[in-house]
Design a protein around this ligand. Sequence first.
Ligand SMILES: [Zn+2]
Length: 253
Amino acid sequence: MFRHLKIWRERRILQRHPLSDSAWRHALVHCGPAQRLDASAQARLRVLATLFMQAKALEPVQGLQLDDGMRALLATHACIPILNLGLKWYRGWHSVVLYPGLFVPQRQIVDAAGVVHHDRSVMAGEAWQRGPVILSWEAIVQIGSPPGHNVVIHEFAHKLDMLNGEANGFPPLHAGMHARAWSQAFHAAYRELESRWNSNQPAPLDPYGLENPGEFFAVASELFFQQPLALRDFSADLYSQLKLFYRQNPGEA
Ligand SMILES: [Zn+2]
């Protein structure tokens, strides 16, 4: 009964708020991971992006003007990670705040010693536990340069990670996945990235991932969808854990 109700509600949303062909085309042209999908997966992505735009409030600030193509592009990138998981994986929060350029969060952080710091680093995006995702449109336009970077997938990967607490690189794994295999794959890839960074050797993964396990999961997720073969070459074990988690195999598409 509830399943029927959900399907009925979703159908009604799709009828009342369809994603126009031109907005969808705009999104596809600017979303590499979506281009790699076959036609039926693209059709599912379009439905999911449409539902996403109704489920989440997209809130432009500082004079940013959002048109339908921009909204569709953001929703399409955001729905790539959950294509085979479903919108329920983005539960518990409801807005995406969009700045025109890079932004400077004015907040106070209290450290373990009780000292308040004013964090004034310039941000391309951030994800708050149970709060909004905040993104810079300038950073969204730059997705794919450098190759493998995708700020939207990065922040939404943090959201998935936060489903079971703080962003620690350990999102809720599916039945049949093994925490140990996950940890081993991530630790080995982390150490490999660290050793390449220390010896000035190139690596496809953004060294920002060395900040902490949560950031490592987010940058690995970016690369998994943006340049799947580069990630698979770097670490086949990490690739297969992400394949199990996201239930996608972008390297085979
Ligand atoms: Zn991050």
